[in-house]
Design a protein around this ligand. Structure first.
Ligand SMILES: [Mg+2]
Length: 276
């Protein structure tokens, strides 16, 4: 375990967890997850899973966790679909952005979030005020064409997350960032992206927990998305070695995470020691 001297675990009131590579890999649960959540709850701390995966709804993530034996409620999950649409709703409510219809490239996660926030969707490029794009494992040329026309027509272009690829059993496959790149190339317009490492996602997450950034910690397996974004927002950070980054990757970063642990078992022990 590597610990920075300015980390005070005892003072933390909430913890954000990335999912893939921290909670699970594919359908395999990683060690110490339920015990970690139980410990945080038993000490009055909040926890929230924060994932750039926009394909599933929070209820679908809860179901996936349940199948692996982990208890969670939809309020414990913030996906980039929900974060993106929540952020858009906020721009309209608080910052004078126009109300309007949304054209999308996306799946259940985005569709459910749009419905929840009362947005009307459209297939007509001319009717769209916003074009929102994320991962769609069944994307068609026609969908991309309509979204392109809408953006060229002036619809504001938003992306859930810019991960270029994601790991699968077959190897690295195109992620949401690759779809955004296609649309950006076709239109000459770059999207506003909400997911990690952008502040939009962390902002939504911290607010959901009712905390200030300095009372929260982000736990992640990727430096460039999880850790860099959280550090920029003033959160404490923990790098875990169960996913993408190695100890050397974390340690050689310009600003390494405050804490580096092998897994969530070691993180829970660190909390227990700090609280004792
Ligand atoms: Mg991850």
């Amino acid at each position: 375990m590597t610990v920075s001297p300015d980390l005070n675990l005892r003072s933390l009131r909430g913890v954000l967890f990335d999912m893939d590579g921290v909670i699970y890999i594919g359908s395999r649960l990683l060690p110490g997850v339920q015990q970690m959540f139980d410990y945080l709850e038993s000490t009055g701390r909040k926890w929230l899973c924060v994932t750039n995966n926009a394909s599933r709804t929070p209820a679908q993530f809860v179901e996936k966790l349940k199948e692996m034996g982990v208890r969670a409620t939809p309020e414990h999950i913030l996906g980039s679909a929900e974060a993106t649409i929540g952020w858009l709703a906020e721009q309209i409510r608080d910052h004078g952005w126009p109300r309007g219809k949304v054209i999308l490239v996306g799946q259940d996660g985005l569709k459910a979030a749009l419905k929840q926030h009362g947005f009307e969707t459209t297939q007509e490029p001319n009717e769209a005020t916003y074009a929102v794009a994320g991962i769609n494992f069944e994307v068609t040329y026609e969908e991309l064409a309509r979204c392109t026309l809408a953006i060229r027509n002036g619809a504001r272009f938003l992306g859930t997350n810019s991960d270029p690829s994601y790991p699968s059993e077959r190897g690295m496959l195109p992620g949401a960032g690759s779809i955004l790149a296609l649309l950006a190339t076709a239109t000459g317009v770059n999207p506003i992206v909400i997911g990690k490492p952008n502040p939009g996602m962390y902002d939504q997450a911290i607010r959901r927990m009712g905390l200030l950034p300095e009372a929260a910690m982000m736990v992640g397996d990727r430096y460039d998305t999880d850790i860099a974004g959280a550090l920029a927002m003033g959160l404490a950070t923990t790098g875990v070695l169960t996913g993408v980054c190695s100890r050397a990757d974390f340690e050689s970063a310009p600003t390494p995470p405050h804490l580096i642990v092998n897994d969530l078992v070691e993180l829970r022990r660190a909390f227990e020691q700090a609280d004792a």
